[in-house]
Design a protein around this ligand. Structure first.
Ligand SMILES: [Mg+2]
Length: 212
């Protein structure tokens, strides 16, 4: 893979007048890394009846997370205060933010696409968290570059996103965004999400693996 700077200079070009472009960013492990203690999953083992709290990375490694989904409680992901705090206190992932800056400078709009819930809470938290560097190197709020309308949390409790898996749901959202924009850039760290997005085979969609 090319270095980030090389990618930016070689591949990102100012959008011609009248051409509509948008960058679609995943949130976790793409724009930011949450503090492992900010949000937990709760596992109740039916044999012992005891509940234990797991971090998201412990959950990802737990074989029961796929075999016994019903043992887990996801309440933190629907707790608006915890969700908000998990984002505003997260660690920014500078390389991907630099990529975002470069696309914004080239005239692209921004939206997010996450597998979390609490869509509205995430919109306000991310607006608080995100800044981009303008031409003079000043950090600025995204304001009208941030497109609420195209930003989605596909496991929102009150919305229904079609698809059997998170990767399918994300791909379906991307397909719709590609109908509204001439150039769409999707950045995500998850292999399944990247594969499904590439599988859409849309000419105006570019799929990028997030930098670490
Ligand atoms: Mg991610």
């Amino acid at each position: 893979m090319k270095s980030l700077n090389q990618y930016i200079t070689e591949k990102i070009h100012e959008l011609p007048k009248g051409v509509r472009g948008i960058v679609v960013f995943d949130i976790d492990d793409t724009l930011l890394k949450v503090d492992p203690n900010s949000i937990h999953l709760y596992k109740k083992d039916p044999n012992t009846g005891k509940e234990i709290a797991l971090t998201t990375s412990q959950f990802a490694l737990d074989p029961d997370s796929t075999d016994h989904k019903d043992w887990f409680d996801y309440r933190d992901f629907y707790d608006e205060e915890k969700v908000y705090q998990s984002i505003v206190n997260a660690t920014p992932m500078l390389k991907n933010l630099k990529l975002m800056d470069a696309y914004i400078k080239a005239g692209y709009k921004f939206c997010f696409l996450t597998a979390r819930g609490c869509e509205d809470t995430i919109k306000s938290a991310l607006k608080e968290f995100l800044r981009y560097k303008d031409e003079d190197g000043n950090l600025r709020e995204l304001e009208n570059i941030f497109k609420d309308k195209y930003s989605h949390a596909i496991n929102d409790e009150y919305k229904n996103y079609p698809g059997n898996t998170d990767a399918e749901k994300k791909a379906n959202v991307l397909r719709d965004i590609c109908k509204k924009f001439d150039e769409v850039i999707f950045v995500d760290d998850n292999v399944q999400n990247l594969q499904h997005a590439r599988g859409l085979k849309l000419d105006n969609l570019k799929v990028l693996q997030a930098w670490k």
